[in-house]
Design a protein around this ligand. Structure first.
Ligand SMILES: C[S@@+](CC[C@H](N)C(=O)[O-])C[C@H]1O[C@@H](n2cnc3c(N)ncnc32)[C@H](O)[C@@H]1O
Length: 115
């Protein structure tokens, strides 16, 4: 008989990110991030490495309907998940791309964050 200490199931990265964000330290950290960004209504905010869209809704609420949130991720599955999660939000767009070569014109954002 053989046994292994290694997991044989691939962890679900999106569920993991959601779980981390929903812990007390995770929530506290995310709130502090929003506070530090000091986002104002109408601004354009970049979420660099947005993953499955963990923070896009909170950022979209902060910019209000007059602002814009742009999530960027180089992983197609993440960008697709982020697009699905924010489908009902007209002020969020998700781009597939590398944050070192942003698929955006210069000076197109007021705030940017990465996590
Ligand atoms: C730890 S996850 C965090 C996701 C999300 N920001 C959150 O807090 O849950 C980091 C994300 O950054 C993306 N990423 C890493 N390097 C990148 C790069 N050079 N360009 C675009 N996305 C990148 C990964 O694909 C991944 O989705």
């Amino acid at each position: 008989m053989t046994s292994s200490v290694f997991e044989t199931i691939t962890p679900d990265a999106f569920a993991y990110l959601d779980r981390v964000a929903s812990t007390d330290p995770g929530r506290s950290y995310k709130l502090r991030m929003l506070d530090e960004l000091a986002i104002r209504a109408g601004e354009t905010v970049l979420d660099l490495g947005c993953g499955p869209g963990t923070d896009l809704a909170a950022l979209a609420d902060a910019v209000t309907g007059t602002g814009t949130v742009i999530g960027v991720d180089h992983d197609r599955a993440s960008a697709d998940a982020a697009t699905d999660r924010t489908a009902g939000r007209g002020n969020v767009t998700v781009r597939l791309g590398d944050i070192h070569e942003l698929p955006l014109p210069d000076d197109s954002a007021d705030r940017a964050r990465t996590d």
